[in-house]
Design a protein around this ligand. Structure first.
Ligand SMILES: Nc1ncnc2c1ncn2[C@@H]1O[C@H](COP(=O)(O)OP(=O)(O)OP(=O)(O)O)[C@@H](O)[C@H]1O
Length: 254
């Protein structure tokens, strides 16, 4: 039997008594695209950070292609491409310099780094800024997402874990990004994305997990999770609705 592309088992993290992740378990089958959705502060970033070796869990395990992320980080990280929340990149470099630095740090062949860099920058429409010598420091939010995605793809990983990859990305670039992700999955790769955009998750993902208060409330195929309604309906049903009462915010517009 092949190992799941990503397997989270009872991942738990407590910050000063706050159970940010409270026994998060999730299986991502090979060749699938899983959407992780949940309200603000639900524990998505905490869970994904533990899953990829960026945040040490208090307990629980994370495996990529059967490799334990915390016991064998070098092997696991070679299999992983990560777009973390609040990307920390060396900023006083151009996009191509950054990708070269990133690739060589990973022990890649310089010629392969160079050809993939120019292809990624062109496809992600960062090549023109690069030719003008624009530093990552000067990039817009969307451009930062795109260069972050390029660093995640550069070494051709087996599993991509992307925290809010479409946030601040313009619609044309978002299409390109979707096409890249689809191609990655068609080639046998697996992806987990976190997103607040239900329509995007419904359009792109074949599997979904709803997380709230540090726990996975529902997961499975899109059809299993949303049932006969929309994903948003199911989300609100599980997470709870917040409405504004008549007596609240009465000072607005007065
Ligand atoms: N480094 C930290 N120190 C203390 N508390 C933290 C830390 N990181 C996250 N938390 C807390 O853990 C909980 C989960 O946060 P997390 O960032 O994982 O949520 P999220 O689902 O990614 O939210 P969002 O959708 O708003 O990005 C929140 O209550 C948050 O305040």
């Amino acid at each position: 039997m092949t190992a799941p592309a990503l397997e989270l088992d009872q991942l738990t993290k407590v910050f000063s008594g706050n159970r940010a992740a409270d026994g998060v378990s999730l299986e991502v089958p090979p060749g699938s695209l899983t959407g992780l959705v949940g309200p603000n502060g639900a524990g998505k970033t905490t869970s994904l950070s533990m899953a990829v070796g960026l945040l040490r869990p208090d307990s629980g395990t994370a495996r990529v292609d059967g490799v334990d992320v915390w016991r064998d980080p070098t092997r696991a990280k070679a299999l992983l491409g990560v777009l973390p929340d609040g990307l920390a990149l060396p900023e006083r470099l151009t996009g191509s310099e950054l990708l070269r630095y990133w690739g060589l740090l990973r022990g890649m062949d310089p010629a392969v780094v160079a050809s993939r860099t120019s292809e990624l920058l062109r496809i992600l429409e960062l090549d023109e800024a690069d030719e003008r010598g624009v530093l990552v420091l000067e990039y817009s939010t969307g451009m930062r997402k795109k260069i972050g995605l390029a660093t995640a793809l550069l070494h051709s990983p087996r599993v991509l874990v992307l925290d809010e990859p479409f946030e601040a990305v313009d619609p044309v670039s978002a299409r390109v990004l979707r096409a890249i992700l689809r191609r990655f999955v068609a080639a046998g790769g697996s992806i987990v994305i976190s997103s607040h955009v239900m329509s995007l998750v419904e359009e792109m993902c074949d599997r979904v997990a709803i997380i709230a208060r540090g726990q996975v409330l529902s997961h499975g195929t899109l059809a299993q999770v949303r049932g006969s309604g929309s994903l948003e309906d199911r989300f609100v049903e599980l997470v709870g609705e917040r409405t504004i009462a008549q007596e609240e915010l009465t000072w607005l517009g007065s």
